[in-house]
Design a protein around this ligand. Structure first.
Ligand SMILES: *Cc1c(COP(=O)(O)O)cnc(C)c1O
Length: 503
């Protein structure tokens, strides 16, 4: 039984035609098309009708009864839906976390050269699989194989969609139906979906784990070899380190054993470090070339971790083995798109020509502390000049209690490289006596170009190491705009709209 209150509320919902022609709705027709705008408003109306009919305890009903006109309710609900649907969900953000290879934020930003290459190829026809000399078919792998071999010293190289695909293809081609021996200490999980035991099983290989979590000896491998063994697999413990009593087997020992028993030593390197890094702890990580020289027959690595290029997976090493992978059916499903190939080829050319410092990831990792300090001071000045941390230009005292200062930071390489090593850097700390850091951070994240900060010791920290050119302005804009849009972090950590809190 619908009460007369509810019935009159339902009747007061404006007609669709009126809603569609209201300026706030019409504005979205350009981005979404009138039909889509209509559908979204219908969805919003449907929700509101259900809530009103559902009884007095619903937000809609109580809001309406608390005398917000129903038009406003419809407008707010529909407008926020329209706004979210008309903007991309995949969009630029400012990485102020200090984590250089940030998996959630798209890992490696591309170099100018890589961007130009994508731009040149993406909107035109190309030689993706064409050889202009012969006028016949060419191979897409040819665009990057020579450079990869030149840089790493490998005999051959093959590129696929990502490193997970590289591991899958390599194991499928070399070890389907056979045994792969791997140390129990290297059964890693990367992200939350790449797990060595599962990839192995998916490839059709049989996993034979040897040794213990903290200790594996060469004898453990030797004892496990049967006539059905094809591969000794070494996996980079990318995102963790076992401390204390640890015993593992060197690459040399493994490659000697593999050679003696006629097996392949395959190494999943994760991050593809091409040249040694200029950081104090650089010797902890082998380059791809170093691993091949020490006897790995096949190595696999990512293009968008330490290498600093696009998402791609590389298989490098023995020509005989890679030829087999090139003929494998799986390759067709894992092959690389032209935009990625263009970006990757251009990135490799930077390495070839010794212009590695144009690769953003490498530049960020190797930036000198004094440069970072200068940058942090500048950011601090810009934020203060923008009227933040002092009396606002408009005369509002909203920002008055923001404390903005330069601080030392601990940055990280990320992406599963050097998981316990710290890069010392600088940043700008923002705190307030009246607003918790989680709310300040939520404000920054809700900007048109979201700014992703770190929170440390009760303060919001903007690490300058991972900022790209133009980011300082975006940070200032995010802090300023925070005052206008008025969003606040609710208890659950979500951004709740329509509550105003001035920073
Ligand atoms: C990152 C990583 C992978 C997965 O690489 P993607 O390029 O993300 O597919 C696999 N193995 C190791 C050791 C890694 O560090």
């Amino acid at each position: 039984m619908i009460s007369s209150d509810t019935a009159s509320l339902l009747r007061s919902i404006p007609a669709m035609d009126d809603l569609l022609s209201a300026p706030w709705a019409a504005e979205f027709s350009g981005a979404l098309g009138r039909d889509t705008v209509k559908k979204i408003i219908e969805d919003a109306l449907g929700e509101i009708r259900r809530e009103i009919s559902g009884g007095a305890n619903t937000g809609a009903n109580s809001t309406a009864q608390a005398n917000a006109p129903i038009e406003d309710l419809v407008k707010n609900r529909a407008e926020s839906l329209l706004r979210s649907k008309s903007s991309s969900t995949l969009k630029q953000v400012v990485n102020a976390t200090g984590v250089v290879i940030h998996t959630n934020l798209g890992r490696a930003p591309l170099s100018g050269a890589a961007l130009a290459a994508v731009n040149g190829i993406a909107g035109a026809y190309s030689t993706l699989e064409y050889d202009p000399e012969s006028g016949g078919r060419g191979g897409r792998n040819a665009h990057t194989e020579w450079s990869l071999c030149r840089i790493t010293g490998a005999e051959a190289a093959l590129v696929v969609n990502n490193n997970a695909a590289a591991v899958l293809l390599a194991l499928s081609a070399m070890a389907a139906g056979k045994e792969v021996i791997v140390s129990a200490g290297e059964l890693v999980e990367i992200g939350d979906s790449f797990r060595i035991p599962e990839i192995l099983s998916f490839s059709g290989a049989k996993m034979v784990a040897v040794g213990c979590t903290n200790s594996t000896r060469i004898k453990d491998y030797g004892d496990a070899i049967t006539e059905n063994t094809a591969v000794l697999l070494k996996v980079h413990p990318s995102n963790y380190r076992v401390e204390g009593f640890v015993k593992s087997v060197t690459r040399r020992e493994l490659s000697d054993l593999a050679a003696l028993r006629g097996l392949v030593l395959m190494e999943d390197l994760g991050s593809g470090l091409l040249n040694p890094l200029n950081v104090p702890f650089a010797n902890r990580e082998h380059s791809v070339g170093g691993c091949l020289r020490e006897g790995s027959g096949i190595v696999t690595f990512s293009g968008d971790k330490l290498l600093g290029g696009p998402q791609i997976g590389v298989i490098a090493g023995s020509k005989k083995l890679i030829d087999k992978m090139k003929k494998h059916q799986l390759l067709r499903a894992l092959r690389v798109d032209k935009m990625t190939l263009a970006a990757f080829e251009a990135t490799l050319r930077l390495y070839l020509s010794g212009r590695n410092n144009e690769i953003p990831v490498l530049r960020m990792i190797e930036t000198d502390k004094s440069v970072l300090l200068e940058r942090a001071r500048r950011l601090c000045r810009i934020l203060k000049r923008a009227g933040l941390g002092g009396r606002h230009a408009s005369g509002r005292t909203a920002y008055a209690d923001l404390d903005i200062s330069v601080v030392q930071t601990e940055d990280a390489i990320g992406g599963g490289s050097f998981p316990t090593d710290v890069l010392h850097g600088y940043g700008v700390a923002i705190s307030s006596r009246s607003v918790p850091p989680s709310a300040i951070a939520a404000r920054l994240r809700s900007a048109a170009v979201p700014v992703i900060p770190a929170i440390h010791d009760g303060r919001v920290i903007l690490h300058v190491r991972t900022l790209l050119s133009g980011d300082e302005k975006l940070i200032a804009a995010a802090l300023e705009q925070a005052d206008d849009t008025g969003t606040k972090l609710d208890e659950a950590g979500r951004v709740a709209s329509d509550v105003r809190v001035y920073l």
